[in-house]
Design a protein around this ligand. Structure first.
Ligand code: OXD
Ligand code: MN
Length: 579
């Protein structure tokens, strides 16, 4: 297969000349191709077949030094450094190109170069965008097949539209000293070298659908966000679509796949997306969302019949596991799976508890979204879904109440900009330290956050019909470290209040930080909670919030002159309200 798009043909030739592969394979996205890549990887040992109750499931073990996103090696290369902003690592484009050309020179010798045309979003959607990833990793090719609309239809769209994002990837020699993830948003180009792992290597995901897309979205008047999209249907058949931004490994997949507990009879939840949303205003001023992805790359540990039964079942067939352990029967195993025992750890060594967890804490499953029993067919609707509410959240043991609502859009932008969360294993670095993660986009915004907030604020001038904005925290603990809120399916109780607020049907108390429910407004029927837990979950400690507001102010000020005045105003209002 080749292409009638001359720019693409030229680029493939140019990259082949640079990287010197033994073969070139244009991916058509067929099942037969998927199976033949799997067979080939089974032969080379890059994949291991899993057994037990797991059908067509495979395990890939990545290099032990290559198990998470590498934010310190991720760069945004704009011609002007300030366009990348203090939120990104920056390198001058020419310097980055030279560095990467040196790394890529001859790097595919003896390997196959895969050309992977893909479409982010429903193929026929005006909101979708295409890309082509060139890679020397068959693991990337099979993951892209599950995660995106990959192959022939995407290539046909590229040939129709004439534009595409270029992504060049090589696993190189997996040497962490020769690992870089470079973005050139002005050229719609990504170059990634030295990692075979997830967000570093599956370039459609974080690199394209967030970093490059956020940059493009600003130019074109839309938003590319780190958000799940979920449909909630009430017992009366009323439907609402919510988009929620939480940092990595804070439960987006679980919330998107929420299973209503028995006490919530008649409620239905369907999933549109678990990680990324592209949001556009339609001609009526309604914000509409599409999920650019077609699969889930989810965190495995913690998935069990209680926490997320649908995900637990969904990954029993046609899934790729990365860095989980295996049992003696060759079933995949992970911490908190609650069945079976590990025999071999994620590194392929006999399991011994003194060596740490059996599955890597950031081990993942890759699976087509269509395997989700609560997959919403609207995920394929070219027009997307209308969003009623945007929800921000983080993992905070203290401070942030269970839920609160922003007073209006601009205040909501401040709430989003002030998001902070404890770090997780999704990225390399220390776990559990609180860091600012505005809109959960700290690792993913492809340009200066100050400009990004200005772009968010500009939506208020374009529509009078914008979604309500909320903040949630499922992770608050008491003085003994006990989680105060049960989380998982019970989060529906909080989503119900959010929907009621969108419908102007629920009460709230106005506080310095926004509108909070009264304890009685959240249904706690049947929950095993102690007296006073709900009050604690909804309490606001003014002294701590003053400190938080000061810290947010300091953080915002680090963006200097570029900080939008109306965001500074919102912040001043918060400080005044806290007294
Ligand atoms: C992810 C992440 O993999 O956010 O989705 O790290
Ligand atoms: Mn994510």
């Amino acid at each position: 297969m080749t292409t009638s798009n001359e720019a693409l043909q030229r680029w493939v030739t140019e990259i082949a000349d640079l990287t010197k592969p033994a073969n070139i394979h244009w991916c058509d996205g067929s099942e037969a191709e998927y199976q033949s890549l799997i067979d080939q990887m089974l032969e080379t040992g890059d994949l291991l077949r899993l057994d037990g109750g797991y059908e067509n499931c495979y395990l890939h073990r990545s290099d032990p030094s290559d198990v998470a996103r590498v934010e310190h090696l991720t760069f945004v290369c704009t011609s002007d450094e300030t366009d990348a902003g203090p939120n990104n690592n920056w390198m001058a484009p020419a310097e980055a190109r030279t560095k990467m050309d040196d790394l890529f020179a001859g790097c595919m010798a003896g390997r196959t170069l895969y050309v992977i045309p893909y479409c982010m979003g429903p193929i026929d959607s005006p909101y979708a965008r295409c890309g082509v990833e060139i890679t020397d990793s068959a693991y990337v090719a099979i993951n892209m097949k599950l995660m995106t609309r990959m192959g022939k239809p995407a290539l046909q769209r590229i040939e129709r539209d004439g534009t595409f994002v270029r992504g060049l990837h090589s696993i190189g020699d997996l040497n962490p000293d020769r690992r870089f993830i470079m973005h050139f948003p002005e050229e719609l180009l990504i170059q990634s070298f030295g990692s075979g792992y997830g967000g570093n290597a599956l370039l459609g995901k974080k690199c394209h659908a967030l970093r490059i897309a956020s940059y493009q979205a600003r130019q074109e008047g839309w938003l590319a966000e780190h958000m799940l999209i979920v449909e909630i249907e009430s017992p009366q058949g009323e439907k609402h679509y919510l988009a929620a931004a939480f940092p990595s490994a804070c439960g987006k997949t679980n919330l998107a796949m929420l299973i209503p507990p028995e006490t919530q009879a008649g409620w239905k939840v369907r999933t549109l997306g678990d990680d990324i949303a592209w949001l556009h205003l339609d001609e009526t001023g309604q914000l509409r969302a599409i999920n650019p992805e077609a699969g889930y790359f989810g965190v495995v540990p913690g998935t069990n019949e209680q926490t997320n039964c649908n995900a637990y079942d969904m990954i029993k067939s046609d899934a790729i596991f990365t860095n989980v352990a295996v049992t003696a029967d060759n079933e995949p195993w992970w911490e908190d799976k609650n069945v079976g025992t590990p025999a071999i750890d994620w590194k392929g060594q006999p399991y011994a508890s003194e060596n740490g967890p059996a599955a890597h804490p950031n081990s993942r499953f890759t699976v087509s979204a269509k395997q989700n029993p609560t997959y919403s067919p609207l995920a394929d609707d070219p027009a997307g879904v209308p969003i009623s509410a945007i929800i921000f959240g983080g993992r905070r043991r203290e401070l942030a109440p269970l839920v609160y609502q922003a007073r209006n859009w601009n205040h909501g932008v401040l709430v989003g900009a002030g998001v902070a969360s404890e770090t997780t294993a999704a990225a390399t670095g220390e776990v559990g330290v609180v860091r600012r993660d505005p809109m959960a986009m700290k690792p993913f915004c492809g340009y200066n956050f100050a400009d990004y907030w200005a772009h968010w604020l500009s939506f208020a001038e374009r529509s009078e019909n914008l979604p309500e904005i909320f903040h949630v925290n499922w992770f608050r603990r008491d003085a003994d470290g006990r989680f105060l809120w049960p989380g998982f399916g019970e989060n529906l109780r909080v989503l119900r209040w959010i929907i009621e607020r969108c419908e102007n049907r629920a009460d709230a108390t106005e506080t310095a930080i926004g509108y909070l429910p009264l304890a009685a407004d959240i249904d706690t029927n049947g929950l095993d909670m102690r007296d006073g837990d709900m009050d604690w979950l909804l309490s606001i400690d003014t002294a701590s919030w003053r400190e938080e507001a000061a810290a947010i102010g300091e953080y915002l000020q680090s963006y200097g002159d570029r900080l939008p005045a109306s965001l500074a105003d919102e912040h001043k209002k918060l400080q005044d309200a806290l007294g």
